[in-house]
Design a protein around this ligand. Sequence first.
Ligand SMILES: C=C(O[C@@H]1C=C(C(=O)O)C=C[C@H]1O)C(=O)O
Ligand SMILES: [Mg+2]
Length: 463
Amino acid sequence: MIKLKEEIIETLLDKAIDKAKTDETVQLISYTKEVDEINPIQFFEAAKYMSKDRTFWTSTAEDFYIVGIGNAYKIDTDKDRFHHTEKQWQKIVDKAIIHNSYQVPGTGLLAHGGMSFDPTKPKSFLWKKFNHSSFTIPEFILTKSDNTFYFTVNVRVNKEDHSLQLTNELRRMEHTLLTYTEQLPEGAAIKSKKEIEPDKWKESVQMATEQIKHSEVEKIVLAREMRLKLTKEAEIGVMLDRLITTQPNSYVFAIESDGDCFIGTTPERLVKLENKQLLSTCLAGTAPRGKTKQEDDKMSYNLLHDEKNRNEHEFVVSMIKDAIEGYCYNVVVPKEPVIYPLKNLQHLYTPVTATLKNGHSIFDIVKQLHPTPALGGVPREKSLAFIREHELLDRGRYGAPIGWLDSNQNGEFAVGIRSGLIQGDEISLFAGCGVVKDSDPQAEYEETNVKFLPMLSVLGEKL
Ligand SMILES: C=C(O[C@@H]1C=C(C(=O)O)C=C[C@H]1O)C(=O)O
Ligand SMILES: [Mg+2]
């Protein structure tokens, strides 16, 4: 195994401190080395008392993990978020001293974070700890890719720093993070559960169908909230661990912000970019899973041939295709969706592949795509206006882009659904569904119930 020699870190730090002295600026150093196998959940847990800013990301199908601890830099903004974040990020990348000999996507200097669903909506009390857009460059990152483990340190250096002192401090933190062996604590369970105004929500679905029948609006996604009280403070590590083992074909994510935590297990990829190759996903149209193989196959067949669900899905496909065409070439869209099976439900799925044109970034694509009709509606502005007026919820980060990007222009964003906001011993869960002209409020209500299950089940709810 190649390990970065400790002297190199010291040399890098010396170089950066000298530069900080001459330029009168703060320098950002990033160095990456390969380390022995380590469980990403343990790495996350090890930092429990070290930082209130931890980030967790995995794609369970690919066994790919990024876990971030602390922040070397934060790009936070409420206004003009794509432009501002991209400009800041580019500035940081241009000036940083990067030592990463691996070039593996998701290693080295990277930003991890997300945005709110609707930046025009004033922030409510529920989401007080989350800005409309916030990206962290973690101080310590563990990346697992192709069964290889990488440890990255991003450190800010100023002219008063001493390289030996800093090296010792970093070495101490590294030791704590990489050698933690405590068992996971006992998870919290559900003490009480409250659906927020379910009848009013069904009325809003009815109203949406009326609007769809009588105007040019064709689809509106409506979400609702369930508030849980737990037996003790939520154990984020335990929840992540359980989500990973129970949710195949999904992303499992967590973003902490000053003690609150947005957590979830979403199957919905917004965009993945690797060496200019782009993959986006249309995911809309839902059925439960069958109890037997035969019943399951029948439900898949019915979903694939159901006009209402195909309609819901098609809106997403045509929008994503239109949205990326100006930014990409070689856009390939299969003609028919296939089934995307999850533990508790199944979706219609169409993957879209393309090659990103030079001069564009993952932010350009996220900006174009969000919100897709899988979370907003058709047409975009009119459906958003309906949501703003009638939804009984501040979505905050629910349904919004969450993900990471590295300094080599790779990155991945998912849509933050099947998710919840943890606040100590309470959690708000969110679930929504695509309302079209022939939606039945009771059936949509039941669809949202199934979408709550992945999060409820890791808190001990028996299915
Ligand atoms: C809105 C959610 O999911 C979205 C709505 C779907 C639908 O209505 O069929 C399916 C997948 C997602 O695009 C959610 O899970 O909260
Ligand atoms: Mg649906």
